[in-house]
Design a protein around this ligand. Structure first.
Ligand SMILES: Nc1nc2c(ncn2[C@@H]2O[C@H](COP(=O)(O)OP(=O)(O)OP(=O)(O)O)[C@@H](O)[C@H]2O)c(=O)[nH]1
Ligand SMILES: [Mg+2]
Length: 471
């Protein structure tokens, strides 16, 4: 039997192993600010303290020390507060020096240049977080949550990122991994004692525990999906014939005059994008040129680009002027879409606009799938549309129990769930303990990718390089 508990999943850190380099970066946002922070991390920062704060300056750990920040000739570049964290009690787990000076681009650049002069090198994006991960200050899901918190576009997204950053998601994943280890130990022990295997594998507790594991996986996947939606949202493309009111709808949803609206058909030629949030759900709304045959070269290009956006959409709103059609069916109103994509296509909602010009009631139309009546001009039917969009995204609109998650986390959870389901079928159908054990092993590896216990340098490189510099 393999020794499950001592299996090594740790492939992280081989080529990314802690180097002796001292890294430096501006940690605050570019531009003007009351305070600007330069951060250094390395194994020994004595030379930097002497060079920047003056010979003989000694810093007590985690105590704010007011000092001048000096250039090579001893002249002050700035003055401010120095904070010193001695390894391993710092964000990166290394020794860290933070210089909190004034938030001006020139003065912060000078400080960074001075640090480079003293032997530091510029940090790569995410390198501080990467070092924190490699020094076991946090796991991968927590490190990703920091980036997600910084990028959060709504209150709910920020809340869920904090939960992941504090380890709520990792704790659940580690719990699942622990359950899998226990189940594998049991199943592999049964396989090692063939004369008792049948009894062991038929034990009701084993079946109960496997089904409980599957239920837990499903529950965590569901919560992670909500978190992933809060982070990534969805892309909504407004398409339709010229003059249907697409740009008017974009402006109404965005609450701004982003797009030009006129009564001339063919007003919009470029693709326009607006980001909004609906009860915390981020939406990328894309307005496109009206679809029609035309000899105008600019408009032709606009129509071509519209189709490119339609293809990439998560959801399409096909906007129609209600006074110009009696057709109830999208496939008769928009046949091009159905001929272009006969097999796979994204969901489309038919939006009948301009009901202020007829006697149609606003909202979903009874008996017709995915059809909305509204008036952008009179703001009728918007509450219903908003609710529908959230539903279509699968968004439940609450941050309770939701933690931030990324696509790669969802993929890992989905794969683990599939493997556990297959494993259960192997056991219950064929009494195949070996196959179940193998499925559990693979499922465990997928889950361990989430927290980075089992990960490649390549994955780590991709994750951390998308962080901002100085984090
Ligand atoms: N009565 C009425 N007019 C509307 C409504 N929504 C838009 N319009 C008018 O319809 C005309 C076209 O609106 P746009 O938003 O420019 O239409 P579009 O679909 O973006 O048109 P293109 O950019 O040409 O493809 C404008 O004169 C709008 O004021 C509505 O709900 N009711
Ligand atoms: Mg337009």
């Amino acid at each position: 039997m393999t020794n499950i508990n001592s299996e090594s999943f740790d492939t992280a850190g081989s080529s990314l192993a802690n180097s002796l380099d001292t890294i430096v970066a501006i940690a605050t946002a570019p531009g003007r600010g009351g305070v600007g922070i330069v951060r250094l991390s390395g194994n020994n920062l004595d030379a930097f303290i002497a060079g920047l704060l003056g010979e003989g300056q000694s810093l007590a750990p985690r105590v704010a020390t007011y000092s001048g920040f000096l250039d090579a000739s001893g002249e002050a570049i700035d003055e401010g507060v120095a904070l010193y964290f001695v390894a391993p009690h710092s964000f990166t787990g290394e020794t860290v020096l933070e210089l909190q000076g004034h938030g001006g681009a020139v003065v912060l650049d000078q400080l960074v240049q001075r640090c480079i002069e003293l032997g530091a090198r510029l940090a790569r994006p995410g390198e501080f977080s990467e070092r924190a991960f490699l020094n076991d200050k946090m796991d991968l899901a927590q490190a990703e949550a920091i980036a997600d918190l910084i990028d959060a576009s709504s209150f709910q997204a920020a809340r869920s990122a904090v939960k992941s950053m504090q380890g709520e998601f990792s704790l659940l994943v580690n719990g699942l991994v622990e359950t899998m280890i226990q189940l594998r130990i049991y199943v592999e022990a049964a396989i090692d004692f063939p004369e008792e295997e049948i009894d062991f594998l038929a034990d009701e507790r084993l079946h109960g525990n496997l089904h409980a594991l599957k239920t837990d996986l499903r529950d965590i996947l569901h919560r992670a999906e909500q978190g992933s939606l809060l982070r990534d949202g969805m892309t909504l493309v407004l398409a339709g014939k010229p003059n249907a009111g697409k740009s008017s709808l974009l402006n109404a949803l965005a609450g701004s005059d982003a797009a030009i609206v006129t009564s001339i058909a063919g007003t919009t030629r470029d693709v326009l994008r607006e980001k909004i949030t609906l009860n915390g759900l981020p939406l990328n709304i894309v307005d496109t040129a009206g679809l029609r045959e035309t000899n105008d070269e600019i408009e032709q290009e606009g129509v071509r680009r519209a189709w490119v956006e339609i293809e990439k959409a998560d959801l399409i709103l096909f906007v129609v002027d209600i006074t110009e059609t009696d057709e109830p069916d999208l496939s008769t109103i928009w046949p091009e879409f159905f001929t272009r994509y006969p097999d796979t296509r994204q969901p489309v909602v038919l939006v009948l606009n301009k009901i202020d010009r007829c006697d149609q009631q606003p909202g979903a139309i009874n008996g017709r799938d995915n059809t909305f009546a509204l008036s952008v001009k009179e703001q009728l039917g918007f509450a219903e549309l908003t609710e529908y969009l959230q539903q279509a995204a699968g968004y439940e609109g609450q941050s309770e129990g939701v933690f931030s998650a990324r696509r790669r986390h969802l993929d890992a959870l989905i794969k683990a769930l599939e493997l556990v389901s297959t494993g259960i079928r192997q056991l219950e159908g064929a009494g195949a303990g070996e196959l179940l054990a193998e499925d559990l092993r693979q499922a465990q590896n997928h889950l361990s990718e989430i927290t980075g216990q089992f990960s490649s340098d390549d994955l780590l490189g991709r994750i951390f390089s998308s962080f901002c510099i100085g984090k």
